[in-house]
Design a protein around this ligand. Structure first.
Ligand SMILES: Nc1ncnc2c1ncn2[C@@H]1O[C@H](COP(=O)(O)OP(=O)(O)OP(=O)(O)O)[C@@H](O)[C@H]1O
Length: 300
């Protein structure tokens, strides 16, 4: 079972929101979709789910387009959370999961397992509006997975969660992956993608600007980051050719340079000037790469 997207495009009012994305996610893999606001992530998800028709190209799960008849196969955590504030947790999960073809006793059983796991068993009969935003999100997550989908699409699952809840959700997502669920998720928090995904795509204005295996991307990315500690003024580093940025720290700084050779030049320059307490060349973080590729701007 594979998620396969072939040259997908979506045009709204003469403008392409998604403009030629192709990718493959094998069963049991976790795939990250990154991009600034408006880059086309949600539109891509909606096409995978069959909620929007592509203008061109196709999105297939296990060789077929997603359709209402195949709804049980997929779970979706939408970015604009869609629960009923006046219904209790139990009422809405029963309503939503019946739409996925589950029966009430099975829903209640699974719901209790997950409420326990999320340490909120007392919420079963509470109205959604009585819950904090973070706890509402746990319920929304449950609504995307109680039916044990093969393919799980999570649009910004960690937004608005405190570190404890974020960790709890992260563990739950990783467990589902271990059990064989194929997961695609978007996040603005690069550290989560870095921790969880092997493969990713980075979008800018609906087009891929980077795609592939995260480790490979980092290894082969020209840009490097260098942490320096030295006892003398380092401002001159900014003027060296190939230096992309310099953030001054208390007794040193963090440099981004075009490539490793620039790093070597800097090392020799520093060594001639005096004692260097620390000089470390590292691969860029995903955050560095995102800023480099997408520029930190929004696409809207
Ligand atoms: N139904 C629609 N009609 C017209 N334009 C749309 C529609 N849906 C999305 N767009 C436009 O398509 C572009 C991509 O939007 P999309 O929601 O897919 O981005 P995104 O990457 O999910 O952004 P965010 O990170 O803010 O959620 C935006 O410019 C948006 O305004």
């Amino acid at each position: 079972m594979t998620l396969e997207i072939n040259g997908i495009k979506k045009k709204f009012d003469e403008q392409y929101a998604v403009n030629g994305i192709s990718l493959k996610v094998e069963k049991g893999k976790m795939f990250g979709m990154l991009g600034a606001n408006g880059a086309g992530k949600t539109t891509t998800f909606r096409m995978i789910l069959g909620l929007l028709d592509p203008t061109e190209g196709s999105a297939l799960w296990d060789g077929e387009r997603m359709s209402y008849q195949r709804t049980r196969l997929v779970g979706y955590l939408p970015e604009e959370r869609g629960l009923f504030p006046k219904l209790t947790v139990k009422e809405q999960l029963i309503y939503l999961m019946k739409l996925k073809g589950m029966k009430t006793p099975e829903i209640v059983k699974e719901m209790r397992i997950w409420l326990d796991r999320f340490q909120v068993p007392e919420y079963e009969n509470k109205k959604l509006e009585e819950l904090s935003k973070g706890n509402q999100q746990k319920i929304q997550f449950m609504a995307s997975i109680l039916h044990r989908p093969e393919l799980l699409i999570l649009d910004e699952p960690f937004s608005g969660l405190d570190p404890v809840n974020s960790d709890m959700l992260k563990k739950a997502v990783l467990d589902l992956q271990r059990q064989g669920t194929t997961i695609v998720f978007s996040s603005h928090q690069m550290s989560n993608v870095e921790e969880m995904c092997e493969d990713l795509i980075m979008l800018k204005r609906g087009r891929p600007v980077l795609q592939g295996n995260l480790r490979e991307i980092k290894r082969s990315y020209g840009m490097k980051r260098i942490s320096i500690r030295a006892d003398y003024e380092l401002d001159f580093l900014e003027t060296i050719q190939g230096v992309l940025s310099f953030e001054k720290g208390r007794d040193g700084g963090l440099l981004h340079v075009e490539n490793e050779e620039v790093g070597e030049t800097i090392f020799h320059t520093l060594a001639e000037k005096g004692f260097v307490r620390k000089f470390e060349i590292e691969e860029p973080t995903l955050h560095d790469i995102f800023i480099d590729k997408v520029g930190g701007e929004t696409d809207e």
